[in-house]
Structure formats: C-alpha cells, structure tokens
Design a protein around this ligand. Structure first.
Ligand SMILES: Nc1ncnc2c1ncn2[C@@H]1O[C@H](COP(=O)(O)OP(=O)(O)OP(=O)(O)O)[C@@H](O)[C@H]1O
Length: 361
C-alpha cells in the first residue's frame, strides 16, 4: 500500500508545497503550529481541494489537478480521528462504535468486540460520551474509525487535548495498532516529538509549508540537520534495545549493539524490544572512558559528523556499534576537545534523563 502526495496550495501569504510517500505502518507528519499539517491531511481526506498537484492511493487517483479528478471524501474510504473526539452525544459508546461499522461494505478486519478489547472499551460500552474522560473519548473515536474498515487512518493531533498521564494511557493502544491486529496504514499528524518518536515508522518534517526532511524515523531522528526542526531540547536519536533484566532497585538493563544501558521505569518484559529516545542534550562526550562517575551508562562511540548550529551549539552524530546517537555540545567544546569525524570517544547518558514516557514498544 502506498499513499503518494504531491500538492501545492496557497492561503494568502502561506505557500504549501509538499511531496511525500506514506507506506505501511505509521507515517508521522511533524511540524510546529501553522506548518501546514492539517492542510495536508485535509487534502488527503478530500476535505480541501489543493490548487495543484495529485494525491494517489495505490493505483487509484484521488486528486489530480491536471485532469480535474477529485474523489469526494466519502469515496476515499479513509478513517479520520480529530483532536476532539466528535462522538455523537446522544448515542452510547456501543452505538457510536456500531455507527462506524454501519456504512461499510468491506469485510470487517476486527469485530466490535475485538476492537473494544484492543482499545480497553469493554467496561464503557453502555456509557454516554459526556461521562467519559478525554482519553476514553479518543479511544472510542479511534474504535469508531477503525470499525468503518478504512483503508488508511488519518489522525490529526489525536492526543493534543490530553494531559501527560492520559496521553501515556493511550500511546500503548496506538503501538498495538501499529504492530498488531489491524496493520492499517496511518498518517499521524503531531507537533509532539515524544509521540512521533514512539509511534512513527516514517517521519516527514514540515516547516512553513515545505518538507524539510523525510525518511525512516530512526534516520531522521539521528540526523543532526534535523535538530533545529525538532527543537534543540527535543531532538534526540531513537534506539531499539532489548530488555535483559529488571533489578530490585528499579533499574532495568537494556542491551544495545555496543553496550548496555541501565534505565529506570522500563515496563516491558525481559526479552522484548523497546524503542527509546535519548535526548541530544542529555548525551555528554568524553575523550577517555570516565572513571568514578555516578552514571553507569557509558557507551563507546565514533563521531560520524560534526554539525555546527546557528548559535553556540553543535550537533554531533555518533555511532555506537550499529546504533546511532545524537549529542548536543557547545561549539567551544568541539574546538577544545578537537571533535572531528572518525574520532572515537565515549558517550555518557545519565540514567534518570531518559523519561519512562520516552520508552515504548
Ligand atoms: N481556510 C483557511 N483560510 C486561510 N488560511 C488558512 C486556512 N486554513 C489554514 N490556513 C493557514 O494555513 C497555514 C497552515 O495551517 P494548518 O492548519 O495547515 O497548520 P498546522 O500545521 O496544522 O497548524 P496547527 O498545528 O496549529 O493545527 C496557517 O498559516 C493557517 O493560518
């Protein structure tokens, strides 16, 4: 399956020129407020007619400005989950879910019961929407969209109205959606780096209506040129690690290709693989293997690239075995330590800086 988007649109001074391809799994469209994310999703959904370009899904043309083709939204068979759940207030949770299934001719991928199980809705089926929390409402909206058997799910900031803990409640459901029963492709719009780092397979970075970077999530997150786009405090490589052990003191051992990390708050079972984001600003570089430090997370690394920033900082791309890391240091440190491509050194990661919320499946 593939969605091909290549569109231009103008709103007054705002110029949007966006081309990307979304395959199976989750493609995240990331950008700050006003970058053009919703405009793109609306064009894909058929809710906005771009000035120019084309949108294709597999071998079907959904929109083509040269031929005048513009398939109506309801004929595109996409599910849409908005920031606010938009449930029908006069219907129960079960009836909202049934509504999703009502107008579809496709064979169900999962039954209402299976969907309710997946999203933890079984205890809520008889409730009215106005008695649900924000996170519960979003889970119902997601269930309703899934039951309409869409060929792709478009999610526009689905977690933006939720507070931190509610967000953490719902992320595992989205991870299950990515990895489990539905295998439905998702176009996921967000301005939150933690969400896209946990969920996405591919990442498209939008700024001022233009695509500034795109590619597999692990590549884009480890790219020092993407640091200003993601924000210097939010940028950081995403790694996959195997959970080796949970100790009584709350630390878990995660195996990377060139060493182990000891981190708190890892919920996953021993033997499973987790994703974790290590913020560039939390990685310290040392020329020698440090001794007598309180941090136990020291990885041997090689410098792949020194990327000077516009300000006093520099982003350093590192590889550690087959893993990649990103470090943010001052330009002064680059000079004084003579950091350069090909140099071997050590990366120190403080255990408590990797927040449990940034560790996902
Ligand atoms: N119907 C419209 N008429 C005029 N300008 C619009 C319209 N819709 C969007 N815009 C403008 O287009 C730009 C991109 O808006 P868009 O909603 O796509 O951004 P976004 O990245 O989704 O932002 P946010 O995260 O704040 O929702 C903004 O400058 C916005 O003001």
């Amino acid at each position: 399956m593939s969605l091909i988007v290549d569109i231009q649109h103008r709103f007054g001074d705002f110029d949007l020129t966006v081309a990307f391809e979304a395959g199976p799994g989750i493609t995240a469209l990331f950008g700050r407020s006003g970058a053009g994310k919703t405009t793109v999703v609306n064009a894909v959904a058929g809710l906005l007619t771009p000035d120019q370009g084309r949108v294709r899904f597999d071998d079907q043309t959904l929109f083509d400005s040269t031929t005048g083709q513009d398939l109506p939204a309801d004929k595109r068979h996409f599910g849409y989950v908005f920031q606010d759940a938009r449930l029908f207030p006069h219907l129960t949770v079960r009836q909202n879910l049934e509504f999703g299934a009502k107008y579809t001719q496709n064979a169900p991928v999962a039954s209402l019961d299976e969907t309710a199980d997946l999203l933890g809705l079984q205890g809520l089926l008889a409730r009215a929407p106005n008695t649900l929390s924000g996170g519960e409402k979003q889970r119902v909206a997601l269930g309703r969209a899934l039951l309409s058997q869409p060929r792709m799910l478009l999610m526009d900031e689905p977690l933006a109205s939720l507070d931190g803990p509610r967000k953490q409640d719902i992320l595992p459901f989205l991870e299950q959606l990515r990895d489990g029963l539905f295998t439905i492709p998702i176009l996921y719009v967000s301005h939150a780096v933690d969400e896209v780092a946990r969920l996405a397979d591919r990442l498209v970075l939008l700024q001022d209506g233009q695509v500034r970077a795109q590619g597999p999530l692990f590549d884009v997150m480890a790219d020092p040129a993407a640091v200003p786009l993601l924000g210097v405090r939010e940028a950081g490589a995403v790694l996959e690690a195997e959970v080796c052990a949970h100790a009584d003191d709350g630390l878990s051992t995660l195996r990377l290709s060139a060493g182990n990390l000891e981190l708190p708050g890892v919920q996953a079972a021993v033997g499973s693989t987790v994703r974790l984001r290590v913020l560039a600003q939390d990685v310290i570089l040392s020329l020698d293997r440090p001794d007598g430090l309180s941090s136990v997370n020291i990885l041997p690394v090689k410098i792949d690239q020194v990327h000077p920033g516009d300000g006093p900082g520099a982003a350093i791309a590192l590889s550690s075995g087959t893993d990649r890391l990103l470090a943010r240091v001052t330009a002064r440190a680059v000079k004084e330590m003579r950091l350069h491509q090909g140099m071997h050194c050590f990366a120190i990661i403080k255990a408590t800086t990797v927040a449990p919320g940034s560790i996902g499946r």
